[in-house]
Design a protein around this ligand. Sequence first.
Ligand code: OMP
Length: 245
Amino acid sequence: MNEAYKEMAGRLIVALDYPDAHQAKALLQELEGIPCYMKVGMQLYYAAGPDFVRDLKTRGYKVFLDLKMHDIPNTVKGGAESITRLGVDMFNVHAAGGSEMMKAAMEGVDKALQSDASLRKPLVIAVTQLTSTGQDMLNQEIGIPGTVQDAVIRYAELTQAAGLDGVVASAQESGMIAEACGKDFVTVTPGIRPAGSDQGDQKRVLTPGEAIRGGSTYIVVGRPITGSEEPRAAAESIIKEMLNA
Ligand SMILES: O=C(O)c1cc(=O)[nH]c(=O)n1[C@@H]1O[C@H](COP(=O)(O)O)[C@@H](O)[C@H]1O
């Protein structure tokens, strides 16, 4: 396994969206040896809890705990403290919770780090606009005027000012975010669809190659891998497309 492959595989975050640990572990077995990042979201976390996260860490994976916290600042501070104690590498909150809430998340992280020197600081990122949100939904349902891109940039700037490490957005916006917030500001981009695959509920999509060329730091891929008849081949093909981008 060469260094370029390792580096690129580490930028692929596989979404373990399964109803139980048993099914998630079957995928881990399929993908064994591929040094990708693993994401635990609500479906799996609410079923399998912190034990599953610890299991992933024991197996040597980098872990993104995607619980999208959005609550009053004090509650998010406590949540961030507990998540940091779990030893995850990345977690997220909703930027729509506002800057006081995002700063409270960072205070929670600091509190955990101060209490246990063995912990490392996780990347803390904020969801800007979900990749399932399109232009009409933003304006007519959510009630935010202007373009999706403007709304994403506004939240990205708010997130950076609150001291977080980056944002979740569509890969369509990675370039604009880098322009507004700098290249070191992390962009985590779901809504990734290899050419010809089913878009499902995602509205703002790009292919793995387009996302890497556009400057995404990480891409998040779920169903194109988990729903494939051959998940390992699907993951390898995505990494190859990333390497060729
Ligand atoms: O925070 C996320 O990870 C996330 C944010 C977002 O805006 N859109 C989005 O799809 N996600 C997550 O990324 C994954 C995408 O999965 P697929 O659509 O199956 O590839 C899911 O686990 C979503 O929960």
